[in-house]
Design a protein around this ligand. Structure first.
Ligand code: PXL
Length: 266
């Protein structure tokens, strides 16, 4: 049985966070384990405001010990990280257990919360996790932050940012523009230190994308756990996201989520 660990928050609404990660692992036939970092509750009486309830770092450490010392995993990913302490713990954990298949999804912004990562945690991510990542999956806002750049508005700037992030030590930068650049295509840029690979997928009209980032990075993680190359993991993750977006549904007046089970492994 291939196993994957996610260190992430709980999205009570079910579309993002560790819920997305576990659903995605399951779709790909990988056994999922969780170290929960915080609980996010959405308030239907306050315009779906996201309220964040952090878990103590010592409790997160216990969960990580359960998984890594007690069981072991083939690949790991991170999602919402609430403090610099936690980022330091994760960096130390990667070193202690000599973890190689490390996917860092630098979750810094999400709809419903302007900034879900406190500045200290974001700075610690830039300093400690970028260099330990096999794969990072920033969106444009996160990439600009990690590369110390102004807002990214075109593909050329995506390339500049990817090069800076790679220079900081991340082996594969996978940058997702989603629907944030003009034009009919969602652009994805991959940089491995040698080649920029630009992938384009037609934007999917009327889709709901809550949880798309988490689902994408979870799919990459699951595929790496199964022993796939980064390139193959990416292709599979793209296929899964495409199907999940096409099957996405409206949850309420504020949000709609991906249909994780729209895709089944052949
Ligand atoms: O999509 C970003 C995200 C990640 N993790 C958790 C979340 C969200 C957005 O709501 O709640 C736990």
């Amino acid at each position: 049985m291939y196993k994957a660990m996610t260190i992430a928050g709980s999205d009570t609404s079910g579309g993002a966070g560790m819920e997305a990660d576990l659903k995605t692992f399951q779709e790909l036939g990988v056994y999922g384990m969780t170290a929960l970092t915080c609980i996010v509750a959405q308030n239907p009486n306050a315009d779906w405001a996201h309220e964040i309830y952090p878990i103590e770092t010592s409790v997160i450490e216990k969960q990580i010990t359960t998984i890594l010392q007690g069981i072991g995993c083939d690949a790991m990913k991170t999602g919402m990280l609430g403090s610099a302490d936690l980022v330091e713990l994760i960096a130390a954990t990667i070193d202690k257990y000599n973890l190689k298949k490390v996917v860092i999804d630098p979750v810094m912004v999400c709809k419903g919360i302007d900034s879900i990562m406190v500045p200290e945690a974001a700075a610690a991510t830039k300093e400690l996790l970028v260099k330990r990542a096999l794969v990072m999956t920033p969106n444009l806002l996160e990439a600009a932050y990690l590369a110390d750049m102004q807002p990214i508005t075109k593909v050329e700037e995506m390339k500049q940012a990817a090069a800076v992030i790679h220079d900081k030590g991340c082996q594969y930068v996978i940058m997702k523009a989603g629907d944030r650049l003009p034009g009919d295509d969602a652009v994805e840029l991959i940089y491995d230190g040698k080649t920029f690979t630009e992938k384009r997928h037609p934007k999917i009209p009327n889709s709901y994308n809550h949880g798309a980032g988490c689902t994408f990075s979870a799919a990459v993680t699951a595929c790496l756990a199964k022993g796939m190359t980064v390139t193959d993991a990416l292709s599979k993750a793209e296929a899964l996201i495409d199907a999940a977006l096409r099957g996405s549904f409206r949850m309420n007046q504020w949000s709609g989520a991906l249909k994780h089970c729209a895709w089944r492994e052949k």
